[in-house]
Every structure is written in C-alpha cells, then in structure tokens.
Write a protein that binds this ligand. Structure first.
Ligand SMILES: [Zn+2]
Length: 391
C-alpha cells in the first residue's frame, strides 16, 4: 500500500494544496473529496467516498478547509499541518506526524497506530534479523553436533537430542515462512525419520527394562526387549549409513545460504502475531476435534490427542524462540503448551507400546497367556490416564 506524507501550509484563503501523488492515490471520480472532523483526535479524515462534507478540489489541487473545522482545530492562515495518506484514505493534522523513533517526517509507515520511518524500520529489521540468525545458528550448530554423536551410539540421549533439536529447527523455519518443499526442510524431515526409528526402539527398551525389574511378567518383558534390540541394531545401521549423507557439508552450505539471504526476506515479511494466531487456531481446532470423539481411548481418540500434543509442541518451540528473539514476553504461552505436551506424553507412549507388543508377540515364543495379560495391564493403565485428560 502506498504511503504519502507531506507538510502543508494553510494559505490566506484557508486552503491547502494536495500534492499530485496524493490526488492520484485518492482515485477521485469527481472533483471533490469527503472530509470528516475527528474532534477527539483533533484531526480531519479524508477519502474519496463515504460520509462527510463534500469539499471541491480545484485544478491546482487546492482544497478549502471549512471555517468551522479551522475554528475547532485552532488552525489559521500560515498554520503548518501534516498530510498523511495510506491507500485511499488520509488525515490532515495539526502536528505533522513524525517517526516515533527518530522524529523524521519522511517516508513514514503506520505501524500499530504509530508512525515509524522507513530508515528506522530498516535499522530495526537488520537488528532483529541478526538476532534471529544468531539464535537459529546456535541451534543449527547443536543439531549438527548431536547428529554426529548420534551415529556413534555411545549415549542414547544423543539420538534423542539430535531429533528434538532437528524438530525445533524445522518448526521454526516453517514458522518463519520456509515451505515444506524447501531442501532444508526436506533434509531435516528425512533425518528426523531415520533418527525416529532408533529413538522409538530406545524408548521402548528403556521403559520395558523398568517393567521387567518390578513386574511379574519380567520374563516376557525380557523377550520383548531382546526382539526390540535386534530391531534397533538394524535401525542403527540404517541411521549410520544414511544420516551422514543427509546432514552433510551440502546441508551446511544450504543453511549458510538460508541464514544469509532467505532469512532476512522471511523475517521482513513475517507478521508474528498473525502467524502465531494461525498456529493457535489450528491447536484449538484439534482440541475441538478431540472433544467431538466419543470413545477417547479408541485409535481415533488417541490419534486426535496425539495431534493436539504435536501442535502444542510446535507452539511451545515457537513461543520459547520468540521469547529469545523478540522483546514481548511469551513465557506464559510457552509454559501453557509445554504442560499439554508433558501431560499427554505418557498416553502416547502407552499407545505405542500397546501397538509394539501386538506386533512383537507374533515373533516370540510364548505359550502362556502372559502376552494377553501384559497388554491388558497396559490397556488399563492407558484407560486410566485417558480419563484424566482435561482439554
Ligand atoms: Zn525514524
């Protein structure tokens, strides 16, 4: 939208001259425009149509201001007033609008009802792009390090960390406006999936180790673990083969290009409030969908809860990131979504274990009814947790 701002002086016949570009922007069909006084704000609004006083405009672009308005606003011959236009509407006001930061009255933009000049916006943008780039750059470094450590399998936490850092990175660049078919996004997703297979096995083994310790079905749990360990071996091999080729030097070069060129464009275009609202709207929609489902512990119900949780996770990442790079406080929101993520994690885990035990039981030798009993136990636990869900 075109922005015009100019300083005008009221001539001895009570007229001001509208600059050419302002006349053009008004899109006048007739030789008059409409004026309305705003007594509270102490200014005159004008536009090409709507309600108000019809005021003629002559060939030189001069427009008379009615004596009534002049009186009310305390204007007289020689008074300096500001003309400010955005799109097809504008204002005339006594004190010419000026940049809230530097005081300039040149190239002003109206942002959230205050005027800021283009220069200041440019400086501000540079500063915020730098901050965004620094925070994302740190995350990127951590991610790369964990990816390197992950394939050594010395600590299962490395796979977990590589995965969560990657998910965070992917969520954030998507929030900024990077599309899902962008090579960076695609690499992150691909890496996430191979890491995910190992991670799932790790979680399962760790949890079932605990169950084996203090559960009367410990023998069965041990059999499960053995199977999953075999599976994990395959997944680890796959990860070792693939990951270094996904998160490689080319990926790093892409990242550098992104943070040097694309990031700025994206940050300038990004309207944080609107983007955040879209994510929150999606969260609300998912909660609504979950509430609509009658049988909460059915696959459909659990899938819906999983979707709610995934969206909460994204929102938590975004809010805690904004907390770091913006001056507005997003802590409350970030905590709120973290709670959702935490509260329902156990349910999703249980769901996965129930699925896993079903497929595992086909591959192990067990003549007793233990598999059934274990699955029943897990199902009961799941049922209990689902009842506690408050959304
Ligand atoms: Zn300024």
């Amino acid at each position: 939208m075109k922005i015009i701002s100019a300083t005008r002086i009221i001539d001895d016949m009570g007229r001001v001259v509208f600059p050419n570009n302002a006349r053009k922007a008004l899109n006048l069909e007739e030789d008059y425009l409409i004026m309305r006084i705003d007594n509270k704000k102490h200014l005159i609004n004008f536009s090409s149509s709507g309600r108000g006083k019809k005021v003629p405009i002559d060939e030189s672009g001069r427009i008379p201001i009615s004596p009534e308005y002049m009186n009310k606003l305390g204007w007289e011959t020689g008074t300096e007033i500001g003309l400010f236009m955005q799109g097809e509407e504008g204002v005339l006001q006594g004190n010419a609008p000026s940049c809230v930061i530097c005081g300039s009255n040149q190239a002003l933009l109206l942002i959230k009802k205050t005027h800021v000049c283009e220069d200041c916006i440019h400086t501000g943008t540079e500063a915020s792009v730098e901050r965004w780039s620094a925070v994302l750059g740190d995350l990127f470094q951590e991610y790369k390090e964990y990816c390197e450590k992950a394939v050594t399998f010395t600590n299962t936490e490395d796979v977990h960390k590589a995965r969560t850092k990657g998910r965070r990175l992917r969520t954030l660049i998507h929030f900024i406006g990077i599309k899902k078919d962008h090579p960076l996004y695609k690499c992150l997703k691909e890496a996430h999936d191979v890491l995910g297979k190992v991670r799932e096995n790790d979680v399962f083994i760790e949890a079932f180790d605990k169950e084996a310790e203090n559960n009367k079905y410990s023998e069965l749990y041990s059999k499960f673990i053995q199977k999953v360990e075999e599976e994990r071996e395959e997944h680890r091999n796959e990860l070792k083969q693939k990951l270094p080729h996904i998160i490689d030097d080319e990926f790093s070069v892409r990242w550098t290009t992104f943070s040097q060129d694309e990031l700025k464009d994206s940050v300038v275009k990004l309207d944080i409030d609107t983007a955040l609202k879209q994510y929150e709207k999606k969260f609300d929609e998912r909660v609504f969908k979950y509430k609509e489902i009658k049988d909460k512990k059915s696959d459909k119900g659990l899938d819906a809860l999983h979707s709610v949780r995934k969206q909460a996770k994204k929102l938590r990442y975004i809010c805690s990131f904004l907390n770091e790079v913006q001056s507005i406080d997003y802590t409350r929101k970030s905590k709120q979504y973290k709670k959702v993520q935490k509260d329902y994690g156990d349910i999703i885990d249980l769901r996965d274990w129930i699925h896993e035990t079903r497929s595992l039981s086909e591959n192990i030798q067990d003549d007793s009814d233990d598999v059934k009993k274990v699955r029943k136990q897990l199902n009961q636990r799941l049922k209990k947790l689902v009842k506690q869900v408050e959304l």
